[in-house]
Design a protein around this ligand. Structure first.
Ligand SMILES: Cc1cc2nc3c(=O)[nH]c(=O)nc-3n(C[C@H](O)[C@H](O)[C@H](O)COP(=O)(O)OP(=O)(O)OC[C@H]3O[C@@H](n4cnc5c(N)ncnc54)[C@H](O)[C@@H]3O)c2cc1C
Length: 239
């Protein structure tokens, strides 16, 4: 059985990270709880087989007893919004009513791409992380950086002049990075993976799903390897 030593962190391509902080149950929990139907007990080997059988049958209710709490740090606001569409989860999000967007970010160098990307998600096309031709890329990237700086300058000016942070944030970019806790059971994660590892999903969302998948492969390898294989998703992790 895998020994879980929290926290386990995986970095998200394009910026940010996801960290598994706590987990309820282990790789064979779904098999053990499923046995309540027959009031039976199984050996470790029998439980490994049963986990796979439950996945084969699409009998996903026992996977609700396997629960994960992730800290998701530094994702763009619009990816947070897409995550929140997954209703079978318990999120808790950072407040920009109470925190300044630059809190925790020490540097203040608007000519540094690293600084900029730590504050606002820079499209991966500008960073050479995603192959896609953008016309006049260098010129546009410069404009993007200037636009971000202007947004933050105006935000700071509004706050310094007494406007509430919750109101002043209307001028901040949508790609600004945020942080949230995300608690989800394995059944709901399976649904998320089918939708968000898929090539139809947005690049940023797929990268987040991949990072989450890499953690799950470490902590519940029997369940998650078999699930990915069964749904033909394994190959998508390397794309
Ligand atoms: C490629 C892509 C494009 C998308 N584009 C859009 C878009 O343009 N606009 C948009 O609004 N959303 C969009 N979405 C979001 C999508 O519609 C879902 O809201 C999101 O993926 C969450 O999926 P879910 O409802 O299955 O998950 P959850 O909310 O976690 O629900 C899990 C499951 O519970 C059941 N369930 C939950 N709530 C209900 C309910 N009220 N009634 C019945 N059954 C329920 C369903 O079986 C559901 O699959 C997009 C998603 C993807 C992957």
């Amino acid at each position: 059985m895998t020994v879980f030593n929290p926290p386990i962190r995986e970095y998200i391509k394009g910026g940010g990270y996801i960290e598994l902080e706590e987990m309820l149950g282990d790789d064979l929990t779904p098999a053990r709880v499923a046995r309540i139907s027959y009031l039976s007990e199984g050996t470790e080997e029998a439980n490994k087989k049963l986990v796979k059988k439950l996945i084969d049958l699409g009998h996903e209710t026992p996977f609700e007893q396997q629960v994960f709490r992730f800290l998701i740090h530094g994702i763009p606001m619009y990816i947070g919004e897409q995550l929140l569409r997954h209703r079978i989860a318990s999120p808790l999000k950072r407040s920009f009513r109470y925190t300044h967007p630059q809190k925790g970010i020490e540097q203040d160098r608007w000519d540094s791409v690293e600084f900029l990307n730590s504050l606002v998600h820079v499209p991966p096309e500008f960073l050479g992380l995603r192959e896609h031709h953008i016309q006049e890329s260098d010129k546009l990237f410069k404009e993007v950086m200037e636009h971000f700086k202007k947004s933050f300058d105006l935000y700071n000016k509004l706050v310094e002049n007494g406007l509430r942070k919750e109101a002043a944030r209307c001028v901040l970019p949508w790609g600004m990075r945020t942080t949230l806790y995300w608690t989800m059971n394995m059944r709901s994660i399976m649904n998320l993976m089918r939708l968000r590892l898929n090539k139809a999903a947005q690049w940023e969302m797929r990268e987040l799903a991949k990072a989450m998948a890499r953690i799950l492969l470490k902590v519940v390898p029997i369940t998650f390897e078999y699930f990915l294989e069964k749904h033909d998703l394994r190959k998508l992790l390397d794309e």
